[in-house]
Design a protein around this ligand. Sequence first.
Ligand code: V3L
Length: 85
Amino acid sequence: PEEEYQWFYKGRNGWWKYDPRTSNDLETIYKLGDAQCELLICGMLYVFDFEKKCQYRKYNPRYKRNIKRDKKDAPCKGVSGVRLN
Ligand code: V3L
């Protein structure tokens, strides 16, 4: 089921989980088969490219990060910048 999967973005030395709302939005849009989408994160507009597997700031594409869809229990640093432990 859908709940097994989670979206992650890359940090300096590992992956962060997206916040649940953003992860669910990405999952829904990904399943529609769209190549790209745009979402606001903390007031900043990002483009998500499902083919290149990255996110970047719409108005400053230089700031790019890898993204992945993986099992919920895949290793991660934390959720949306909040560290585990
Ligand atoms: N969700 C939450 N915050 C984000 C996201 C996102 N999808 N994308 C960017 N930011 P940029 P380490 C990250 C934050 O890509 O030590 C982590 O969540 C991003 O936060 O240049 O490298 C950590 O809080 C960054 O603060 O647009 O693993 C922090 O980096 C800011 O937006 C450090 O993580 C600019 O990111």
